[in-house]
Design a protein around this ligand. Structure first.
Ligand code: ZN
Length: 119
């Protein structure tokens, strides 16, 4: 049985989903050619930007905006899946070895499917 407080993570996931949904909407509707620093921070907080390296916080061009929108959309999908795992009672366990995922990792990435070792 999981010892984590799923209510805490349900709240975190729902908040993050709302933020990302707004960000995606902003990219699509309001300002497709550029991204504000504030918005960048919001999206960056939810997305693994390893593939962008040091350019992640620099200037975004339109093509990159679209990439960010896609990544945000993917993360929203991950969040939806995590919320479903909370409903199913399988939330917080590594998909590879079924061991509990450390709570610190879940606080950093609430939609994590695996432990750090298997990520
Ligand atoms: Zn694992």
């Amino acid at each position: 049985m999981s010892t984590i407080d799923t209510d805490e993570f349900r709240t975190l996931l729902e908040q993050e989903r709302e933020r990302l949904t707004k960000a995606v909407k902003f990219l699509h509707d309001e300002n497709p050619g550029s991204i504000t620093e504030e918005l960048g921070d919001i999206i960056e907080a939810g997305i693994d930007y390893n593939h962008l390296g040091d350019t992640a916080s620099a200037t975004f061009d339109r093509e990159l905006d679209e990439g960010i929108g896609e990544r945000a959309q993917q993360t929203i999908g991950e969040i939806e899946a995590a919320l479903k795992r909370i409903e199913d009672g399988t939330y917080g366990f590594c998909e590879v070895d079924r061991e509990p995922i450390p709570v610190e990792r879940l606080r950093a990435i609430p939609w994590a499917r695996t432990c750090i070792k298997h990520s």
